[in-house]
Design a protein. Structure first.
Length: 60
């Protein structure tokens, strides 16, 4: 358990730093929102590519 503590703290650090306590009105998406959308689109593209490759008939 003691060895895992530093890893748990590193994993939880972004959650603690995510909110600065200030409430503001958003005028545009944050950079993290755009990065999340890009990663999701990339994941969908990779999954579709893998499914197409798996379904493709082998050439003789």
């Amino acid at each position: 358990m003691i060895r895992a503590l530093p890893m748990l703290l590193l994993a939880a650090a972004p959650a603690f730093a995510a909110h600065g306590g200030e409430i503001t009105r958003r005028s545009m998406p944050e950079l993290s929102d755009l990065a999340l959308a890009a990663m999701a689109a990339g994941g969908i593209w990779l999954a579709q590519r893998a499914m197409r490759r798996r379904k493709r008939q082998p050439k003789d």
